[in-house]
Design a protein around this ligand. Structure first.
Ligand SMILES: [Zn+2]
Length: 420
């Protein structure tokens, strides 16, 4: 009978598609993409859209100090499972990244309310502010605010490219930077967090599977390298007399690739930013700056790869008579997903006849920030062509049907008290 109640819980794809279509009109761009940057009017309208859809269900919503939207069903005082994702996008991004997770949470709530079976535990839906960090470089903003809190002094310095301070952008939406610390209270009674997300990569599609269960979310460490040599004339300075800062920098770029390859798939490494100073065709560069990003789901591997790159950079700098300094610009620790919740997701997937695949997430997610405080698990559905952060991002309803069903039933099994 309990199994019967669960198997009757089936998402209505037509209304999820309608939700996604309506949400996708907010911030829509001519080429099919959407732009809903953090703290923008469009992100605000997307949140208002969610609040309106919840109101149709008779569910009230609140917004916290980080402007995260929260809504809850279930008996007062009972344990809470949080579910959700984000509604902001990168510039000209897709209509599924984050959006599908929030709409999956909304549909799960609708199904629970329609089922009419009394909830023994609470389900709390979250739409987190500024997951992408596309405007202020403050990715995972809302989820970090509730999980671990922010360094407010650092945030007070943050501005976007137009020179608008984060604090001003927050104030325009009625939020005060100084009050951000209070957002942490939102998780005080939460036991765990579950998130459904598009894979944003091609693995599920290539394997012909519809459900991925995330094992870990990658750590990300970005280190800036500055090589200091001597600026001089490109004609009159003999090769032997030069201290060309760009040469060890170039060797370092290749060392990043080699070190990542040597990890055997356990890390990726990228140099996405290069600058030669002063940056003129007829001047030997006296300074070169590189960004070196390494991602790995394993802290030790991330440290090893960075160490190998640092040793190569120092050796090359010495060879070329150049100084090198490093500065950590960004660090997110890898986040392991909770084994018990992963197993619950897998169980519901298998009950549908699916073979769920264990996957590492090489992209950051709100779930990663929350993992610093709570047991967390994530379910991936396929991304057509592996495309994401682009207008062509798409997941057909037949491709997210199984994932959404397994997700909703995992939540229901817990909220109904069928799972310990
Ligand atoms: Zn996302």
């Amino acid at each position: 009978m309990e199994a019967g109640a669960l198997s009757a819980l089936t998402p209505v794809l037509a209304r999820v598609e309608e939700d996604l279509a309506d949400l996708g009109r907010i911030g829509a761009r001519a080429g099919g993409g959407v732009t809903r940057l953090a703290w923008s009017e469009e992100e605000g309208r997307a949140k208002a859209f969610l609040v309106e859809r919840l109101a149709r269900l008779g569910v009230g919503a609140e917004s916290d100090e980080a402007a995260n939207v929260w809504a809850e069903i279930g008996p007062e005082g009972a344990p809470v499972l949080a579910i959700g994702s984000h509604l902001d996008t990168v510039p000209d991004g897709g209509r599924y990244d984050g959006a599908l997770g929030v709409m999956a949470g909304l549909e799960t709530m609708r199904l629970l309310l329609e089922a009419g079976r009394p909830l023994k535990r609470r389900v709390r839906l979250a739409a987190f502010t500024d997951e992408e960090g596309a405007r202020f470089g403050t990715g995972l903003f809302g989820s970090t605010a509730v999980a671990t809190g922010h360094d407010i002094d650092h945030l007070a310095e943050v501005r976007d490219r137009a020179g608008v301070a984060l604090a001003e952008a927050m104030a325009a939406r009625g939020r005060r930077l100084e009050e951000l610390g209070r957002a942490r209270e939102r998780l005080d009674d939460v036991e765990a967090y579950l998130e459904l997300h598009v894979e944003q990569g091609p693995r599920l599609e290539r394997m012909g599977r519809d459900i991925g269960v995330v094992t870990a979310i990658t750590g990300i460490r970005q280190v800036e390298y500055t090589f200091a040599g001597e600026t001089n004339h490109a004609g009159t300075t003999a090769l032997a007399d030069r201290r060309d800062a760009l040469l060890p920098a170039a060797e370092t770029i290749l060392a990043v690739r080699r070190a990542a390859e040597r990890s055997g798939g356990r890390a990726v490494g990228t140099v996405g930013y290069v600058a030669a100073v002063p940056g003129a065709a007829n001047v030997v560069p006296g300074e070169a700056v590189l960004s070196v990003e390494v991602r790995s789901p394993e802290s030790e591997v991330m440290a090893e790869v960075h160490g190998e790159i640092a040793r190569a950079a120092e050796a090359e700098a010495r060879r070329h008579g150049v100084e090198v300094v490093r500065a950590v610009r960004h660090h997110v620790a890898p986040a392991a997903m909770d084994p018990a919740w992963r197993e619950r997701l897998r169980r519901q997937a298998r009950a549908l006849g699916e073979e769920p695949v264990d996957l590492v997430s090489w992209a950051g997610h709100d779930a990663g920030a929350l993992a610093a405080r709570l047991p967390v698990a994530m379910l991936f559905v396929p991304s057509r062509g592996g495309l994401s952060h682009a207008p062509g991002e798409y997941t057909a309803p037949e491709r997210y049907r199984a994932g959404l069903t397994a997700f909703a039933r995992t939540v229901a099994a817990w909220a109904w008290g069928l799972e310990p």
